[in-house]
Design a binder for this molecule. Sequence first.
Ligand SMILES: *[C@@H]1O[C@H](CO)[C@@H](O)[C@H](O)[C@H]1NC(C)=O
Ligand SMILES: *[C@@H]1O[C@H](CO)[C@@H](O)[C@H](O)[C@H]1NC(C)=O
Ligand SMILES: *[C@@H]1O[C@H](CO)[C@@H](O)[C@H](O)[C@H]1NC(C)=O
Ligand SMILES: *[C@@H]1O[C@H](CO)[C@@H](O)[C@H](O)[C@H]1NC(C)=O
Length: 496
Amino acid sequence: MGFQYFSKCVLLAFCILSQGLANGVFGFACNWGTRTTHPLPGNIAVKLLKDNGFNKVKLFEADPAALKGLGKSGIQVMVGIPNDLLASIASNVNAAVQWVSQNVSSYISKSGVDIRYVAVGNEPFLSSYKGQFVQTTYPALQNIQAALIKAGLGRQVKVTVPLNADVYQSDSGVPSEGKFRPDIEDQMTKIVKFLNQNDAPFTINIYPFLSLQADPNFPKEYAFFNGSAAPVVDGSISYTNVLDANFDTLVSALEKIGYGSMPIIVGEVGWPTDGDPNANIKNAQRFNQGLVDRIVKRQGTPKRPTPTDIYIFGLLDEDVKSTDPGNFERHWGIFNYDGTIKYPLNLGGGKPLVAAKGVRYLQKQWCIMSPQASITDPNLAQSLSKACTYADCTSLSPGSSCGNLDAKGNASYAFNIYFQTMNQRRDACQFNNLSTITNIDPSPAQSGCQFKIMIDLGRHEYRSTPSSLAAPTKVLDSMVMLVFSFMFFILSSLSM
Ligand SMILES: *[C@@H]1O[C@H](CO)[C@@H](O)[C@H](O)[C@H]1NC(C)=O
Ligand SMILES: *[C@@H]1O[C@H](CO)[C@@H](O)[C@H](O)[C@H]1NC(C)=O
Ligand SMILES: *[C@@H]1O[C@H](CO)[C@@H](O)[C@H](O)[C@H]1NC(C)=O
Ligand SMILES: *[C@@H]1O[C@H](CO)[C@@H](O)[C@H](O)[C@H]1NC(C)=O
């Protein structure tokens, strides 16, 4: 009797657990940006997400390849509306209806994409936008909500507005003094009230890396999670990391306008690996491991002990992302652009990262500065400028992974990245006779500097069959459930 009761409990627990896994209850969330010349094919990227336990993903726009790949994957999706669409959606309900119809309804019904949120704008109140989107965000939010209701999706799909942490501040620096920025306080109050009425969450992007970047006196250890920095003491609470402090500053700002228990999603948080002296593998690994450990432990902040959804930024590097904020912008990926691993992470219980599978590459050849060419050649500067205008040279900037190359190495890096970005077209390695093609990898030994070879987009387009890669794990999940349910059924009947 005791044994049977025990086995029943164990089996029940297994059933619940496998159900949980099949439904993707336990898992990570991340941002999947697609500003890249060589996007990882949708089905391969979705398999990469699943293999690494991501069950929630945020897209910055309704990217068709990404959304098709996400169809029937079991991954929950937040789809973003770029800021440049806000004005038209704000001024015209019909534009909102069209957007929802084309970019939400059809993907749900035709492709089986599990869309849960629409992100209206992306950090529209960022101070550096100088108020450009301040008047259009709230009406756009209202129109998208109305369009979702009209499409019969009012319950299933929630609206939100991902905002940057610069929408709030604390004059004294302690989180409990948090309040919204005075110039947008009225808009923030309207938006928060509207989200609350519609059962929708507040979304905030928090960047300890940028805090460190912006202030040379920022205590570096305070950016990480296990630092020994002098804590910020706020009444009875001691804050030892900027993420907790920043999040709780928002909680205080919400309390001040009467919505202290509003659900909050962290829409972006992460650390880049290149393009800046603070952006390197060591710091990114330390930060993201600390972040993942918190997520695994389901740890909250001092003011909000219940865990929240945290979308890591980001999945992959993006070689055409704007570098206005800095050269590091193209290097936020946990993975390289092609889904290869940059650094190890323990995803809980020692589970390591898994690289993308089935990626096809261009030939093993590189374009370099030819041995006969001279660095004093008058055509060199113009050649370099052309290469770095059309391809991503951010890894050459000071303090970056290829920042220590000599002038010839520099030129070779630039020629090669251009040649690869142009899919190894023959005429893409003709820099006024200064370049040549080699089959020997020119990446310097013992350094983090990689001379890339790009993905072969053509071979993926013609050969990949969408969702064929995603299917087996789904089948396995269902089979595991079936077996457990069956065993449970047998045992229950036996004990009766
Ligand atoms: C759907 O989203 C895409 C990507 O952002 C955009 O280009 C397109 O205009 C949207 N469709 C409508 C009808 O707004
Ligand atoms: C912080 O964590 C990293 C890895 O996550 C570890 O290597 C380092 O020793 C830790 N530092 C402190 C001060 O505990
Ligand atoms: C290499 O290129 C970078 C970026 O174009 C430049 O800042 C740097 O000065 C160059 N280094 C040498 C040694 O030419
Ligand atoms: C490159 O070199 C070839 C001969 O080696 C010459 O005919 C051609 O004009 C050169 N092209 C340029 C752009 O200098």
